[in-house]
Write a protein that binds this ligand. Structure first.
Ligand SMILES: O=C(O)[C@@H](CO)OP(=O)(O)O
Length: 240
């Protein structure tokens, strides 16, 4: 039985349109809603019933969690939302089409922006309507906390304090935890939990809507890791 499940939200409208998303608050596509339903079904099939859940301030992760919890008949379970679990901020790329950008600036540059560890895309100016400064969700954040862009490293630097302060104590208390979040905020957590190097993290991809299960020891070091899936014969897919 897993102690922790990391769930990347189901496909969003902008995943479908192949657009850089980041902190843009786009909703799930119909396929994304189906993925979230399937995630709930898989958790139930594996007997995983979360006792506390964490998610971001972005509706694609929140709705994925709602749909999965509904499928588990656990809508009453406490949910903590925090901006620190948001997707990596994609700066001035937010809204642009990834393939069109690759045609314009080259595949290699787009890969650097998408997967390098510590290189951030060009920043948004504070007066840009896409900047978090003008968004009521982030009104309580300090100016330093509201990013105009982020690298994966920046994302990890703001996710980990929340992990240590809010999530780790629940796991240490023996509670089953579900985190519904995003490709890059979860890659940051996986990097930390699995001790993946800066050089190797660009090769790690987390699929949408597929529960990634961990068993953890008392120090919260992973003892097992697998995707809940019915695609493999045992119902459990090895996770890299
Ligand atoms: O656009 C984004 O916010 C992310 C996740 O969908 O994309 P990428 O895989 O390029 O990091």
């Amino acid at each position: 039985m897993p102690d922790l499940i990391l769930l990347r939200h189901g496909q969003s409208d902008w995943n479908k349109q192949n657009r850089f998303t980041g902190w843009t608050d786009v909703d799930l596509s119909d396929a994304g809603r189906s993925e979230a339903e399937e995630a709930g079904r898989l958790m139930a099939a594996h007997g995983f019933y979360p006792e506390i859940c964490f998610t971001s301030y972005l509706k694609r992760a929140i709705r994925t969690l709602w749909i999965a919890l509904d499928g588990l008949d656990r809508m009453w379970v406490p949910v903590q939302k925090h901006w620190r679990l948001n997707e990596r901020h994609y700066g001035d790329l937010q809204g642009l089409n990834k393939a069109e950008m690759a045609a314009k600036v080259g595949e290699e540059q787009v890969h650097v922006w998408r997967r390098s560890f510590d290189i951030a895309p060009p920043a948004l100016k504070p007066d840009d309507p896409r900047h978090p400064d003008g968004d009521p969700k982030y009104a309580a954040l300090s100016e330093q906390e509201r990013p105009g862009t982020e690298s994966l490293k920046d994302t990890i630097d703001r996710v980990l304090p929340y992990w240590h302060q809010a999530v780790a104590p629940e796991l240490k208390a023996g509670r089953k935890v579900l985190i519904s979040a995003h490709g890059n905020s979860l890659r940051g957590l996986v990097k930390y939990l699995d001790g993946i190097s800066d050089a190797d993290i660009p090769g790690v991809e987390i699929p949408t809507g597929t529960p990634l299960a961990y068993r953890l020891d008392a120090a919260l070091s992973p003892t097992d890791k697998f995707y809940l899936s019915e695609r493999s014969p045992s119902g459990i897919a090895a996770a890299k």
